[in-house]
Design a protein around this ligand. Structure first.
Ligand SMILES: *[C@@H]1O[C@H](CO)[C@@H](O)[C@H](O)[C@H]1NC(C)=O
Ligand SMILES: *[C@@H]1O[C@H](CO)[C@@H](O)[C@H](O)[C@H]1NC(C)=O
Ligand SMILES: *[C@@H]1O[C@H](CO)[C@@H](O)[C@H](O)[C@H]1NC(C)=O
Length: 422
């Protein structure tokens, strides 16, 4: 990955001013960011990244300031999301286009008028679309609907007609590998740990999406480099080279795992899902990817933490990775949401060990009445993915969060750095 080496000669990251108090413990290295605003003489750069994800579409508009010395700082970000993801409109590309148009409309006023035409824009669709047959996902991005009159309809058309600056390719499906690499770059950029002379300082990233899950870390151990040769990519960012282990595990996302695990159990008499992760007699439905899923447990169904563990244990089909145990790791997306739901962390995130997850899941799963229908399943899935899947211990520590100094943690910033450097 040739990440803007010329442009990003020295890239020092400062968080936005004002409310830049860190989300974390003041002793944590994550808090050591200075805050600043743009200085006189800085050139202002805006860039927009659209994320067509499996559960929603998002726009990120990044505002950078580049100094005369070529130092780039991230000043501000505008973020907006709408749901469901465009994958839910597989046969209705008009609706998908409207969703993207709404995001562009909301973001446009955030950019100074004179800067819109130089604001680069790009859209990446992620796992939700990777799961669709290629013909359908391409149709969704490309096809101009025949029945839509004068409306702008396909996603590619929506972006083509927008006043933003378009690079050569501006609508595509993001590969799982690049999704993981970009997220890793984003995180380590924001924490100031992109330093190839001190690779140990970098964080590995654990990203749990709806359809797939990504794991990326800078591999140092020769055993890792040898054993996982296929999954090692050379990454060049800020003129520094890293060897990254990166892998996107298809169908290991939380929402797909729910359905796959439950589908493997015998069904109820009326053809609905039965699960030991919900109390006996539980009846509920939830909707993902446009499909309504129904649970109907018999009144004598055995349930609870141990039973749920048995049900979920064999699902994560991933490789145990020894080196991960000794590296710093940062978990976000659904790892964060579930940890918040279990009251393990506050909204600002924090560091916990997996044992804490385990203890909280045990309490949740043994409750005869639940506030959250799937929280027991989700937390047990996460424990199994981390331990049975990736090979972490219950003592392994994770930093869990959603934002660093108000900046959203996702692949979009890393992808934006690449777009700007091209
Ligand atoms: C979309 O259409 C295809 C073929 O016309 C069909 O096989 C598929 O099930 C449809 N998908 C949805 C989500 O409606
Ligand atoms: C990178 O790490 C090395 C070794 O710890 C250190 O000497 C150097 O100052 C670091 N560079 C930056 C830019 O932080
Ligand atoms: C769940 O129930 C709804 C309403 O009865 C039905 O439309 C849907 O097909 C069911 N879902 C599955 C996966 O069977």
């Amino acid at each position: 990955m040739a990440i803007g080496a010329v442009f990003l000669i020295v890239l020092i990251y400062y968080a936005r001013g004002g409310d830049a108090a860190s989300s974390f413990d003041p002793d944590s290295p994550l808090s050591s960011l200075k805050s600043t605003t743009a200085l006189n003489g800085d050139r202002h750069i805006y860039a927009a990244m659209l994320d067509a994800g499996s559960t929603g579409s998002r726009i990120h508009i990044y505002h950078f300031a580049k100094s005369e010395q070529g130092i780039l700082r991230l000043i501000d970000e505008y973020f907006k999301e709408n749901q469901p993801g465009i994958g839910a409109f597989a046969n209705n590309s008009e609706k998908a286009g409207e969703k993207i148009q709404a995001l562009l409309d909301s973001g446009m006023p955030k950019i100074p008028k004179g800067q819109v035409s130089s604001c680069l824009i790009n859209l990446f669709a992620t796992a939700g679309l990777r799961r669709l047959p290629e013909k359908q996902s391409n149709a969704l991005l490309d096809t101009v609907c025949k029945y839509c009159g004068q409306h702008i309809i396909s996603i590619r058309e929506v972006i083509k007609k927008s006043p933003f600056k378009k690079p050569k390719s501006y609508v595509s499906i993001l590969s799982g590998d690049n999704e993981g690499i970009y997220a890793w770059q984003t995180l380590n950029f924001l924490t100031g740990t992109l330093n190839s002379s001190n690779t140990e300082a970098s964080y590995g990233t654990l990203d749990l999406g709806g359809a797939s899950t990504q794991l990326t870390f800078a591999a140092i151990d020769e055993k890792t480099l040898k054993k996982f040769k296929e999954d090692i990519k050379t990454d060049e960012v800020l003129e520094q080279k890293f060897r990254l282990f990166t892998k996107s595990y298809k169908d290991m996302g939380l929402k797909v795992a729910r359905v796959k695990v439950l589908a493997a159990n015998p069904k109820s008499k009326d053809g609905k899902f039965v699960t030991a992760c919900s109390p006996s007699g539980a009846k509920f439905s939830w909707k993902d990817f446009g499909v309504e899923n129904n649970v109907s447990n018999p009144s004598d169904e055995k349930y609870g933490f141990e039973e749920c563990m048995k049900e979920v244990k064999n699902y994560p089909k991933t490789d145990k990775i020894e080196e991960l145990k000794v590296r710093k790791a940062y978990a976000f997306s659904y790892y964060y949401d579930i940890a918040v739901d279990l009251h393990l962390i506050g909204a600002k995130g924090g560091e916990i060990d997996i044992q804490k997850f385990y203890d909280a899941a045990k309490i949740e799963c043994n409750k005869p009445k639940r506030d959250h229908d799937m929280l027991c399943f989700d937390s047990v899935y996460i424990i199994n993915l981390l331990t049975e899947g990736f090979g972490l211990d219950l003592q392994s520590k994770l930093t869990i969060g959603k934002k660093i100094n108000e900046f959203e943690l996702c692949w979009a910033l890393g992808a934006t750095l690449e777009m700007l450097g091209e």
